[in-house]
Write a protein that binds this ligand. Structure first.
Ligand SMILES: [Zn+2]
Length: 344
């Protein structure tokens, strides 16, 4: 199943934020799948369109600090969103990323839309538990940490979803496999002491957020920026031809570290910013071809399918007019086979 959440797209420019995040990744991906000759004849069998239903305060508090959530849900969330979208500097001053006079909608609405969009990840997980597979056209805010959002990520939809399912005894154990170009550092930080959630992140070795050479500072304390995932696979610059082999090794390590226990669900963060045509400067140190991007996601899909584990996918990072091809390419490879009578 492919999941689309209605009316939760919110162009940041409407709120005075000058960051050109393109929402057409969702629509272009969906249009490409719809255009497939066989899939176009049975849309109702693979497309689920859900109404937005925002995460509640109670759900968010299982992952984030109350101080942050209360500020986020307040009448004026401008200051905390300034940290998330990086338009407030260390001294509390606004930079050119936020121009109040260009805003034509209230900032509170942006929070509501983001929380509604984020809750799509939970619907995707529930759908995957029922049907083995769901690909959400959105989600994947993996930089949001316990103390608050960062790196354009408002709340960690992956972990809010997992912990909600755990609280209702729908699942016990989950894995999060993160294929975005940037390390899933928020996910790693929040799950440091959580034995029920294992994480794997394959990402650029250098760049933001840093994988530092040492986890400890000069005083022997854990550096704030270093939060290890269960399995981290830093990919050196220029090592694209080894990427798939590195990923295979990482998956094997994850299996070993799980002690052979299968998870009840796996969330896959299908970031398209490792794609060579991505335009974000901070993702430039990893340049996979379109074929490599599609192969990487297919590798994870086949590995999990062989284990017979429910799989929920989110899109995460991807900046530029061609990134939708990564998501669409994967879906066009797997969806026709999933719709074939033999797979029913
Ligand atoms: Zn990214």
């Amino acid at each position: 199943m492919i999941l689309s959440i209605e009316n939760s797209n919110a162009p940041l420019q409407d709120y005075g934020i000058q960051i050109p995040l393109l929402a057409d990744r969702y629509t272009n991906t969906l249009a490409a799948v719809r255009a497939h000759p066989e899939l176009s004849r049975c849309t109702e069998r693979w497309l689920k369109v859900a109404d937005p239903l925002a995460f509640s305060r109670e759900q968010l508090l299982r992952v984030h600090d109350a101080k942050y959530i209360d500020a986020l849900l307040s009448e004026n969330p401008l200051e905390v969103l300034g940290e998330v979208f990086e338009f407030v500097d260390a001294d509390g001053n606004f930079n050119e990323r936020y121009i109040e006079t260009t805003a034509n909608r209230p900032m509170k609405e942006l929070v509501e839309k983001r929380l509604a969009h984020a809750a799509g990840t939970l619907i995707a997980c529930e759908t995957a538990l029922e049907e083995d597979f769901c690909y959400f056209l959105g989600g994947g805010a993996h930089h949001a940490m316990r103390h608050g959002g960062r790196g354009f990520c408002v709340v960690n939809d992956l972990l809010v979803s997992v912990r909600d399912l755990q609280s209702r005894n729908k699942i016990k154990k989950a894995w999060i496999i993160d294929l975005d170009a940037h390390k899933g550092d928020g996910t790693a930080e929040i799950t440091q002491d959580d034995k029920h959630i294992l994480t794997l992140s394959i990402h650029m070795q250098k760049g933001w957020p840093l994988d530092e050479d040492s986890a400890l500072n000069e005083q022997g304390q854990l550096k704030r920026s270093y939060w290890p995932s269960t399995v981290d696979i830093p990919v050196p610059e220029g090592a694209e031809s080894f990427y798939l082999e590195l990923l295979k090794n990482g998956l094997r390590q994850l299996e070993i570290l799980s002690g052979g226990e299968k998870p009840d669900i796996v969330l896959v963060v299908d970031g398209s910013d490792p794609f060579e045509k991505d335009v974000l400067k901070s993702a430039a140190l990893l340049k996979l071809s379109l074929e490599q991007c599609i192969e990487r996601t297919k590798l994870v899909y086949s590995w999990l399918k062989a284990k017979d584990v429910p799989q929920a996918y989110v899109m995460a990072g991807g900046y530029g007019p061609d990134n939708w091809r990564v998501h669409a390419g994967f879906l066009l490879e797997v969806m026709p086979a999933r719709m074939a009578p033999s797979s029913l």
